[in-house]
Design a protein around this ligand. Sequence first.
Ligand code: AMP
Length: 113
Amino acid sequence: MDCLFCKIVAKEIPAEIVYENDAVLAFRDIQPVAPTHILVIPKKHIATANAIDASDRSLMGEMFLAAKEVARLEGLSERGHRLVMNVGEGGGQSVFHIHLHVIGGRDVSWPPG
Ligand code: AMP
């Protein structure tokens, strides 16, 4: 499958991995929008949040637990940070392998752009 993030999971493309377990991988975004910008992805290929089904229930939980651990490792937990998931082209998604952005280390505003 020609998926960039599947290639990162397979270690065919390098990435700065900050956290990994059997189910998920977290690595630094190549174009960070904040001092800390990490992507949390499932190792299983799922294109978007619109493609999950009931069998992915626990895997989605793994993503949030990994995002929490990444925030702890990066020292973001106390101050707070932002978790973002862009869904589909209209939602700003550019890589079609579901991922959570962990963004922190600077002030953020709302609503997002
Ligand atoms: P999204 O626009 O929500 O699909 O987010 C995709 C993210 O993947 C963007 O923030 C990109 O900067 C990031 N990205 C693209 N290619 C790579 C790569 N090879 N390694 C790390 N991050 C990447």
